[in-house]
Write a protein that binds this ligand. Structure first.
Ligand code: ATP
Ligand code: MG
Length: 220
């Protein structure tokens, strides 16, 4: 096993040591070691059911390690409050309030993080200016994805986790997703995205990891 987790917080966005994660009967991680440097862009690849979404949820402090140790920006994963202050997870779908409008969802997300931002500009950016006052339940899947991209960009957390950013998007939407994701690392923040489109993802991340049978390996 690698050295214990004594490195300065600023250097690594993610560190796992001997990480085991069981979910019901499934073993998602089998003693995984991982370092992701602050500011790095990384893609997580793997077959359906490999555990990509589960790993992202672990790093967002929504799940507990079964065994081993993990840190996000130096904060122990068990310290949910500190981890959540530093992390934003954009889920594959959902994550917004269906009875609030698009604009209200963004305002609420900013309030939750005690941030301010130009939600009108963020909605224009993702092509949702005409849908600003529509309830999210009446938006299409691609429109909801665009709303989630606007929120990700407004929140600008030190570690951004993105689950399948290209799903449900049209060609222009995929281009927009690439732009928004490139800005994350452009601002010096860390990006970890799970995707089934390695070529697209490689445009915004310099490193790819493959998750299979509970092991994480760097892809060539
Ligand atoms: N809450 C849960 N309880 C028990 N098992 C779960 C739970 N969530 C997911 N799993 C199982 O964990 C495994 C990994 O699921 P996960 O959603 O992380 O895969 P994934 O790599 O994101 O797949 P996909 O590419 O289809 O999105 C699957 O076998 C799944 O059935
Ligand atoms: Mg998944």
């Amino acid at each position: 096993m690698d050295a214990p987790l004594s490195t300065p917080a600023a250097e690594y966005a993610v560190q796992l040591r001997g990480a085991w994660l069981r979910l019901g009967r499934e073993v998602i991680l089998r003693g995984v070691d991982l370092d992701i440097a602050a500011g790095e862009g990384v893609t997580l690849l793997g077959e359906n059911g490999a555990g990509k979404t589960t790993l992202l949820r672990l790093l967002a402090s929504s799940l507990r390690l079964t065994r081993g140790e993990g840190r996000v920006h130096g904060y122990d994963l068990r310290d949910s409050r500190s981890v959540r202050d530093h992390v934003h997870l954009m889920p594959v779908e959902g994550g917004t309030y269906p009875d609030l409008t698009a604009a209200e969802n963004l305002d609420f997300a900013l309030q939750m993080h005690r941030l301010s931002g130009d939600t009108g500009a963020a909605l224009r950016r993702v092509g949702l200016e005409k849908a600003a006052e529509r309830r999210v339940r009446f938006l299409s899947a691609g429109m909801r994805k665009r709303l989630n991209l606007a929120r990700l960009s407004l929140l600008a957390r030190p570690l951004t986790l993105v689950d399948e950013p290209f799903a449900n998007l049209d060609a222009a939407g995929r281009h927009l997703a690439l732009e928004v994701l490139a800005e994350v690392t452009g601002r010096g923040q860390t990006l970890l995205l799970a995707a089934h489109e390695p070529d697209l993802a490689a445009q915004v991340t310099g490193r790819a990891l493959h998750l299979s049978a509970g092991s994480l390996t760097d892809s060539p």
